[in-house]
Design a protein around this ligand. Structure first.
Ligand code: C2E
Ligand code: MG
Ligand code: MG
Length: 766
């Protein structure tokens, strides 16, 4: 395995003429030895020439000293040249060498032949200092020659060459010298230029390689280059880092250990290998794929052939860590298909799963079952406790729901308080059992923001046993069944039946019509039912009960439309109408001469009580109609008291401060205990008619229950009203048990206001 890509593999400088001595490895000692050798030979030649009296007029020892001085000066000044001297130093060095040579040669009388001596100097200067030295050498050789010739002419030195020729020969030799030097100089210059170009090219290559290395090392991608046999040729440091290849494997250059290490980290190593093998066969191919790691990392892998002169010589693999990008994508995908609050699937994912399940079921003849689940009274939680509490409740509901499910089931939140569950291949009885378990788990109290709440749900169930059902129609069937569960009393599960479709359609129609009746037609009307003082037999108050005067169906009772109105928010309009109308009517009655002092009772839905402006609009209604607050009783159900205790408490206190009385309606049907009621400022307890209807029967149990309700009510300082008195026996039992007030068909049915004038007014007048 080759190492990481490095730029340092190129030499810093290509050797050439300028660096010749360095490249040849000349040492200082060697240099001196060569000078000494040449000088010794020259000295020997001088001694020989002196023997034959060919060394001119100067004594031999003077010549030898001059020679020695010239040699030493030559060596020392040569060193200056090599050190890249400036022009002045070059002149000094070459000049002194030329002068010394001229001195020796002219002293021995060989004047014209001295150009040979200059050649040595000039050649050495060229070698050491490059082409720029030859002009200087030529100038100093010229000066040496001229001075020598003057010395001959003035008789300062003698010469072996006949004097008439000596100047011509000198001129000739200096010209020859100049010619040779110009040739050598230009040759040297050429090789210097070539060398500089080579050095420049090498430096460019090094710069490019270093740039490449730096780029590769600073890129976020890990890069690996292999040859056509798959042996690793190069890789960048990021590659080793990304793949966490240990240093010892890298240091050993062990290809197979490195590959084993790589494969060991992958989730699907066989796919990695398959791709590599495929590319061995298709050498020209490029490829992109994704690698998943056991530890969750994700790399994108790109591969392309490496070509030299069009020939594939290997392959480059680049790896990019896309883990974060992948996580983001997964998160986005999760967000797109999941409910952000509960983490359950959303409608889109549920639909997708349902479609797949249906497709599978068509092949395997298994059935797919859908449970459609809607919380009962969730709107009230939201309205009374706020959205945060509502959200917490939904999260907890989702958690309990998931607990009941198998891995393969899909639970989804479709929006608001609607959930759906898709069950794959589950028999009908198991689906029902699951729905029941779900209902039971929801009934256990929830603690939300320190309060205990109970969530109930209505569940509709439908399955795919009818052939050709689409996902949407199956969901809609379960939805319809859910509505049937709500209509038949909530907190239960109901299996889809075909007839329900018509019921649902009717319900939708009813909603539309109600909206029209309330907002456009004003076709609501009030009936009044008297409430009697059971001891005196006088009418104490009249309860206003709303009716809907339907164009085709006649009078529609409130039980049929109040739940829809509460769900859709129409209850606010209805409530305001009832309150104002009842107050207005009571003012009229009380204005009749001889009327006693009756009050009017108005039913208030929990949704109304939760409204922030509730107290102020009650006050405004009293103000507008002119009814005294002491003549108004507001009837609230137990569930209204149970929701947001603090808020309800403060509302009731405000009402009490205005002088308005409060009754707890349908007492006994909710979950509150009498002692729980103690904390609220209330005035009346209305025993639900289900208790009253049991009275008068032989069993004493009902009587005992009613007796205890009346007893505890009185203990709490409340006055007790019995609803739904239909039989004289019931009336007498209630009277015997000291129930304060009573109402019921026996005493007086609810009638329109016009009829109150007739029958009830007689009673009121007494
Ligand atoms: P509630 O407040 O308990 O009203 C008494 C219901 O019992 C009335 O039914 C009345 O007609 C009925 N009733 C009275 N005496 C007897 C009897 O002897 N036997 C039987 N079987 N029933 C008797 P209605 O008018 O159908 O009202 C039903 C419920 O609708 C009311 O129960 C009340 O909770 C609600 N409601 C009526 N009007 C309004 C309203 O204006 N606003 C709100 N929020 N709810 C209303
Ligand atoms: Mg009532
Ligand atoms: Mg009631």
């Amino acid at each position: 395995m080759a190492g990481p890509i490095k730029a340092a593999s190129l030499p810093a400088e290509i050797p050439g003429v300028a660096g010749a001595d360095r490249a040849r490895g000349h040492s200082w000692v060697g240099h001196v030895a060569s000078i000494l050798g040449a000088s010794a030979l020259t000295a020997l030649a001088f001694i020989l020439l002196a023997h034959f009296r060919l060394t001119g007029g100067w004594p031999l020892w003077v010549l030898l000293i001059v020679l020695a001085v010239a040699s030493v000066a030559g060596e020392l000044t040569s060193r200056l040249i090599r050190a890249d001297a400036r022009a002045l130093v070059l002149h000094l060095a070459i000049g002194s060498q030329c002068m010394a040579t001229a001195l020796v040669i002219y002293a021995i009388g060989w004047g014209p032949t001295l150009a040979v001596g200059y050649l040595f100097i000039a050649a050495r200067a060229l070698d050491l200092g490059g082409s720029r030295t030859w002009h200087i050498a030529f100038v100093w050789a010229g000066i040496g020659t001229v001075l020598g010739q003057i010395a001959i002419a003035t008789g300062l030195v003698s010469t072996y060459v006949p004097v008439p020729y000596v100047h011509g020969l000198a001129a000739l030799s200096i010209l020859g010298f100049g010619f040779v030097m110009s040739l050598l100089g230009s040759k040297t210059e050429q090789s210097e230029i070539a060398l500089a170009e080579r050095n420049l090219a090498a430096s460019d290559t090094r710069a490019a390689l270093s740039l490449l290395t730096a780029t590769l090392d600073s890129t976020a991608d890990g890069i690996l280059v292999v040859d056509t046999d798959g042996a690793i040729k190069q890789f960048n440091s990021r590659f080793a880092h990304m793949w966490r290849i240990p240093d010892d494997i890298l240091a050993r250059g062990d290809d197979s250990a490195a590959i084993a290490f790589v494969l060991d980290q992958l989730l699907y190593p066989e796919m990695f290998v398959a791709k590599v093998e495929e590319l061995y066969v298709n050498v020209d191919a490029e490829s992109d794929d994704t690698l998943r790691f056991k530890d969750g990392r994700v790399f994108h892998r790109h591969s392309r052939p490496q070509r030299v002169d069009g020939q594939v010589v290997g392959r480059v693999w680049s790896f990019r860590d896309v883990t974060d990008h992948h996580r983001l994508l997964e998160e986005l995908e999760h967000q797109a298909f999941h409910d952000s609050l509960t983490g359950l699937a959303n409608r889109a994912l549920l639909r997708d799963r349902l479609e797949h399940a249906l497709a599978r079921s068509r092949r395997s003849e298994a059935t797919v079952t859908v449970l459609f689940c809607d919380l009962d009274g969730f709107k009230m939680v939201n309205d009374t406790l706020g959205h945060d509490a509502g959200d917490l409740l939904l999260v907890e509901v989702a958690r309990r729901m998931t607990e009941q499910l198998r891995e393969e089931d899909t639970a989804a939140r479709l929006g608001g308080d609607e959930f759906a569950i898709v069950l794959d291949d589950t028999p009908a009885d198991e689906a029902v059992a699951l729905a029941e378990r779900l209902l039971t788990s929801l009934r256990a109290p929830f603690v939300v923001q320190g309060r205990e709440l109970s969530a109930r749900a209505s569940i509709g169930i439908a399955d795919s046993s009818d052939p050709g059902l689409s996902a949407d129609s199956l969901l809609s069937r379960a939805d319809i069944a859910m509505y049937a569960a709500k209509a038949s009393g909530r907190d239960r599960c109901v299996w889809f039946e075909r007839e329900m479709q018509a019921e649902l359609a009717a319900r939708h129609r009813l909603h539309g019509e109600l909206r029209h009746a309330v907002l456009v037609d004003s076709s609501l009307t009030l009936h009044y039912q008297p409430v009697f003082d059971l001891q005196s037999g006088r009418v104490d108050s009249l309860e206003a009960l709303v009716r809907w005067n339907h164009p085709t169906r006649g009078l529609v009772p409130p039980d049929e439309f109040i739940p829809i109105a509460e769900e859709t928010g129409l209850i606010h309009e209805i409530g305001r109408f009832v309150l104002e109308e009842a107050c207005r009517q009571m003012v009229l009655w009380r204005a009749q001469p001889g009327t006693s002092d009756p009050s009017v009772s108005v039913n208030v839905s929990p949704v109304q009580l939760a409204e922030d402006q509730f107290v102020s609009y009650v006050e405004a209604a009293l103000h507008r109609t002119g009814l005294a607050p002491t003549c108004l009783v507001l009837e609230l159900t137990e569930s209204a008291l149970l929701s947001d205790t603090e808020r309800v408490h403060s509302r009731l206190t405000q009402l009490r401060e205005l002088g308005i009385r409060v009754a707890v309606d349908d007492f006994g049907t909710g979950y509150s205990s009498l002692s729980y009621l103690r904390q609220f400022p209330i005035d009346y307890l209305k025993i639900d008619r289900s208790f009253v209807s049991e009275l008068g029967q032989p069993s004493e149990q009902a009587r005992a229950l009613v007796r205890s309700i009346i007893g505890i009510g009185h203990d709490l300082g409340l006055r007790v009203i019995a609803e739904g008195i239909e039989e004289p026996e019931q009336l007498s039992v209630l009277q015997e048990e000291h129930c304060d007030f009573g109402q019921g068909f026996l005493l007086g049915r609810p009638v329109p206001s016009g009829q109150v004038h007739g029958r009830i007014q007689q009673l009121l007048a007494t």
